[in-house]
Design a protein around this ligand. Structure first.
Ligand SMILES: [Zn+2]
Ligand SMILES: [Zn+2]
Length: 186
């Protein structure tokens, strides 16, 4: 174990999907992964909901969460929000993160139904895993990456689908330099 704990706090995301994600993260990270369904309540979102945009202010929420939960050095928090997030200057974001703290992933645009396609739990979960790995990667100190890598920036759902649910060899090496033993397969 790398001595790191990943905590997952779902807000409106289905437990079956959250448990699947937790198991997937456990197979990638050599850390404890725990689901904390009661850590946060939906009401935390209220102050950051922009009625006109029908979206959540991702940066505002991130700051609020950081001040509420605090920074625990050996812990990364992954907040899963069943909603749509934005940051100033972008139409939407799949997620946001803070190095050393954790990240937030917004799930609304990860569903095939959002694009008028047939529902697919498998596809939805794979996208959830990719964006969770991406934000966790940032939280462990990784920047964006141009390779075939989960740290590639995603501008659209096509970008999400095109990238693998894995760190490239150079990001994996960087992760293991910053947090030795973090990845199960270095
Ligand atoms: Zn990113
Ligand atoms: Zn990479």
């Amino acid at each position: 174990m790398a001595g790191i704990a990943i905590k997952i706090a779902p807000l409106g995301v289905e437990r079956g999907d959250v448990d699947w994600l937790a198991d997937s993260l456990k197979s990638i990270f050599n850390s404890t992964v725990v689901v904390e369904p009661k850590l946060l309540s939906m009401s935390v979102l209220l102050d950051f909901y922009d009625e006109e945009r029908d979206q959540i202010d991702a940066e505002g929420l991130l700051e609020k969460l950081q001040s509420t939960v605090g920074v625990v050095p050996q812990q990364r928090l992954l907040v899963l929000v069943n909603g749509d997030g934005f940051v100033e200057g972008l139409n939407f974001v799949f997620g946001v993160s803070k190095p050393g703290w954790g990240g937030v992933v917004f799930t609304e645009r990860l569903r095939p139904e959002y694009y008028g396609q047939q529902p697919s739990i498998a596809l939805y979960r794979m996208r959830l895993l990719k964006e969770s790995l991406h934000e966790l990667g940032h939280s462990f100190g990784l920047p964006h990456c141009q390779r075939r890598c989960v740290m590639r920036f995603s501008n659209s759902i096509y970008d999400v689908d095109a990238k693998p649910a894995a760190f490239c060899s150079s990001c994996a090496a960087a992760l293991n330099r910053m947090t030795p033993g973090l990845l199960r397969i270095p």
